[in-house]
Design a protein around this ligand. Sequence first.
Ligand SMILES: Nc1ncnc2c1ncn2[C@@H]1O[C@H](COP(=O)(O)OP(=O)(O)OP(=O)(O)O)[C@@H](O)[C@H]1O
Ligand SMILES: [Mg+2]
Length: 206
Amino acid sequence: MIKAQQINHYYGKEQVLYDINLEIQKGEFIALVGTSGSGKSTLLSILSTLLKPTSGTLTFDNLPYQKIKNINTFRKEYVGFVFQFHYLIEYLSVKDNITLATENQENKYLDELLKYLKIEELSNKLPNQISGGERQRAAIARALINKPKVIFADEPTGNLDSQNSQNVFALLQEVANQGTTVIVATHDTELAKMTDRICEITDGKL
Ligand SMILES: Nc1ncnc2c1ncn2[C@@H]1O[C@H](COP(=O)(O)OP(=O)(O)OP(=O)(O)O)[C@@H](O)[C@H]1O
Ligand SMILES: [Mg+2]
């Protein structure tokens, strides 16, 4: 469903990605692993259309990136994001955070998601009234609410303990089992073993 070919990326004069070729199938759960500065976030940003690569081609279900007519519509249908820091808005309830970016505020899917992520009891609380793991589950709910085809998660367990980290990965695995493609960047090689495929980046090379 996503095909990256001969991707190179430079920040100014510094090359950080070298000839990346990667094909990702629908429903696949993939880990990008590598040490700090190896290029994980850069590659994730490119695969999710947030960053334009210096050279190379990217296709989504055979649609070349250049042929996408409306990038905002495309992103809305295609991609959901989960970040290391949850980025929930502190003065909005969990529920309002999740539905913030949806058109239909009376989203029926919301109740299903809250139950699925075991946060239905917390939906009216503020982010600072719940735990780190719960906040990250709320962030995953926010990424899932528009039913995107792909979830991109950049160090989603970066500030969680090992039990909560495993829970987040188990949840992402379940999401992938339901047909959503999940691409996660992590430096944790143990957690990465919970995915279907591990892609290692070393100094910008896959
Ligand atoms: N906006 C930027 N401008 C210039 N250089 C950057 C920028 N973002 C990242 N870099 C550099 O590109 C390289 C790859 O960075 P990237 O953030 O992709 O690595 P990473 O694997 O995600 O690291 P970490 O595990 O620390 O998050 C690093 O050398 C970094 O310093
Ligand atoms: Mg990073």
